[in-house]
Design a binder for this molecule. Structure first.
Ligand SMILES: *Cc1c(COP(=O)(O)O)cnc(C)c1O
Length: 385
């Protein structure tokens, strides 16, 4: 790595993100769902740790029609970067922040008539037509209008508001079982039929699919899908052979090496003790970088294509690895913690007792992100500098 890039890293632990691979995943997903289905790219939680503003251009260039986030600050981060990206907040926006959202052309999610009326009033005063997506609760019991006669009336009245454009009506699947998901879909389709009878425009997008359902339920896609995890190559047991690949590799370098004798302990509480003459490598990453502390006793890393066990308790900023079997171990040697060609995020998340999204979204700000394109570094983000 040349000095110029190195000055943006200033540490040996970083997340390497392959933008070409991201573009390929988008392409694979778009082809799979078909050309009549819009792809809304879900990049909440800093793009599942991938860096929302850094991956957004690749997503838009490759045909994503919407960038979806969970809350308004996430939307504003994207808006600051680009004035024309279509950005949508999928979660609740408290009334006192609506004005900021409207002024910044952020599409809002609405699930009460009273909030729609508040938006109508702000939009009227600023002379805008505010795009919104109406959230409908078909069973998840998180957010949304229920499909009762009263709520359907409220939804119909929202369609009538002069300074509001309803661009979508959507729901979210619990993925409890195919049958129960189908019941949720049918509720949304029933609502769609009613709204269209009432004169709702055909340009309104109805959508219910996340990654898993977009990939595995062909009949659920309607005219838009909201895909997050699959963009980044997260495989599900529900689509094990779908040809997407992980775009991120978590890497570091050996910071220290030492020889220890049988009986010597390593790390807090000496939970690990050497049973032979051992070579111990120290690595400069720990749980405060986002690596799960409960990988203590079961974590591994990859050096020169082989696995080596993490030994002793994982510390906040460092951990130790038994490299006795590694010939020619040296300080500065490259180590892969997880990623495409090494230990998969799937394996790590299973061992850590969590899911892939949690592993990725908890990678901390102090881990620099290195973006690769065409085989070389495109740019580096280090929010601390
Ligand atoms: C996060 C989220 C998604 C995307 O889910 P993935 O499983 O990552 O594809 C879709 N819709 C809503 C409402 C979400 O919150």
């Amino acid at each position: 790595m040349d000095d110029n890039w190195d000055s943006k890293l200033l540490r040996d632990t970083y997340l390497e993100i392959d933008l070409d691979r991201l573009a390929m995943n988008v392409d694979v997903i778009r082809r799979h769902v078909g050309e009549h289905v819009d792809l809304c790219a879900v990049i909440k939680a800093n793009g599942y740790g991938m860096g929302a503003v850094d991956i957004a251009p690749t997503l838009i260039q490759n045909g994503a029609t919407y960038l979806a986030v969970a809350n308004l600050p996430e939307a504003m981060e994207l808006r600051k970067r680009n004035s024309s990206w279509p950005i949508w907040v999928m979660g609740h926006t408290p009334d006192r922040y609506l004005k900021v959202a409207i002024e910044n052309d952020i599409t809002l999610t609405v699930f009460t008539l009273s909030q729609a009326e508040t938006i109508q009033e702000i939009a009227r005063l600023t002379g805008k037509i505010q795009p919104i997506q109406i959230k409908v609760d078909t069973g998840f019991n998180r957010l949304g209008f229920k499909i009762t006669e009263m709520d359907i009336k409220s939804i119909s009245s929202i369609f009538e508001l002069a300074n509001i454009e309803v661009v979508g009506v959507f729901s979210h699947l619990a993925l409890a079982s195919y049958d129960e998901d189908t019941k949720q879909l049918e509720l949304l389709l029933g609502l769609k039929a009613k709204l269209e009878l009432d004169g709702a425009k055909e340009t309104v997008k109805y959508h219910v699919c996340d990654s898993i359902s977009a990939i595995s339920y062909p009949d659920f896609r309607l005219n838009m899908v909201r895909v997050g995890a699959a963009l980044f190559g997260a495989k599900s047991y529900r689509y094990p052979d779908f040809p997407i690949e992980t775009i991120a590799k978590f890497k570091t370098r050996i910071s220290h090496l030492k020889n220890i004798e049988p009986g010597e302990g390593v790390s807090y509480d000496y939970k690990w003790r050497a049973s032979r003459n051992s070579v111990v490598a120290t690595l400069p990453f720990g749980y405060a970088d986002g690596y799960p502390r409960n990988m203590t006793g079961q974590g591994e890393v990859v050096i020169e294509g082989r696995r080596f066990p993490i030994i002793g308790v994982i510390c906040m900023d460092q951990c130790m690895v038994d490299v006795t079997e590694l010939k020619g171990a040296h300080v500065g040697q490259e180590v892969t913690i997880f990623g495409s060609d090494a230990i998969s995020i799937d394996e790590l998340s299973q061992k850590a007792g969590t899911n892939k999204n949690e592993i990725l979204s908890r990678l901390m700000q102090r881990v620099p992100r290195v973006y690769m394109k065409g085989g070389s570094i495109d740019h580096i983000r280090n929010d601390l500098l």
